[in-house]
Design a protein around this ligand. Structure first.
Ligand code: HSE
Length: 297
């Protein structure tokens, strides 16, 4: 028996929603095929930067998730996991999360475990701990639920889900950013004024969704005063691009820990923005929209 699953790329944070907000994207995505075998877990990978991904179970984020689920549910047969990476690792588009969420989703289907979406997010986030040094769930939550998610509590894990229909334009500069480093450079304490700013903007973004107000959503998304200013230094050209596109987008910010950049474009300026991305970074660009969570293909 075999299950084939599509697992979407995701964009975490959306500015002031650090470790809380996440969006599922219609593209790019990973495809996972999970097949029952006699025993043990084996992994193969192809696609984007496959040569850099370990196929050892304990070093592969999807392998870690699969191993824990198989132990917890006393699954005695084995599995082979084949991962086709459509999402470049280290891109800021939830590449490892997509593989973690995809394997959790696939095992739930293959062995008919009957797990809820929240339980799948919990299992998926175990793999994130390996990838990022912290089990943040703001990429795996939208990868499972689709749409827009808020991870409002980590212990116990709580996820709120809001279906949304938003078009986004994402640039993927060819710059290396390690999520671990991008987390380490953040301040351990923040001034209370910054907290007031970020809580206000994050709350306003939800109000904006409620009122279908893309302009307000994007304006607040661009106003994180804690995380984005630190990380902007890791992405050459970011400040320049942000300034150049400011009248062409409703919002722009770093996607996850970068280097991907997510914008909510004004439709009439999509091509102009793409040209600016290409001028500055000469990089891949995705014009896509918010999409569903993992699904069986
Ligand atoms: N919330 C996480 C971070 C997402 O910004 O570090 C990483 O993709």
């Amino acid at each position: 028996k075999k299950v084939k699953v599509c697992s979407p790329g995701t964009s975490a944070n959306l500015g002031p929603g650090y470790d809380i907000f996440g969006l599922a994207l219609s593209k790019p995505y990973d495809t996972l095929e999970v097949e029952k075998t006699e025993q043990g877990i084996t992994i193969s990978v192809d696609g984007e930067k496959a040569e850099e991904i370990s196929t050892k179970v304990d070093e592969n984020t999807a392998g870690v998730v699969a191993k824990k689920m198989m132990e917890d549910f006393n699954i005695e047969s084995g599995i082979h996991i084949h991962i086709n990476k459509g999402i470049k690792p280290g891109s800021g588009l939830g590449s490892s999360s997509a593989s973690c969420a995809g394997v959790a989703f696939a095992l739930n289907e293959l062995f008919e475990l009957g797990l809820s979406k929240l339980e799948l997010v919990k299992y998926s986030s175990l793999g994130e701990a390996v990838a990022a040094g912290a089990p943040h769930a703001d990429n795996v939550a939208p990868a499972i639920f689709g749409g827009f998610t808020l991870t409002t509590s980590y212990d116990p894990l709580e996820v709120l889900h809001i279906p949304v229909d938003i078009e986004v334009l994402v640039a993927l500069p060819n710059i290396q950013v390690s999520t671990k480093t991008a987390r380490e450079i953040l301040p351990k304490e923040i001034p209370i004024n910054d907290m007031v700013n970020n809580v206000g903007k994050a709350a306003g973004m939800i109000y904006a969704l409620y009122n279908n107000d893309l302009e307000l959503f994007g304006r607040y998304m661009s106003k994180d005063c804690v995380v984005e200013p630190c990380r902007a230094n890791l992405i050459d050209g970011y400040d320049e691009v942000k300034e150049k596109v400011k009248d062409m987008v409703y919002g722009i910010t770093i996607s996850g820990s970068g280097p991907a950049i997510i914008t909510i474009p004004k439709k009439e300026h999509v091509i102009d923005i793409e040209n600016i991305f290409k001028d500055v970074w000469n990089c891949p660009v995705y014009y896509t929209k918010v999409g569903p969570g993992c699904y069986v293909e």
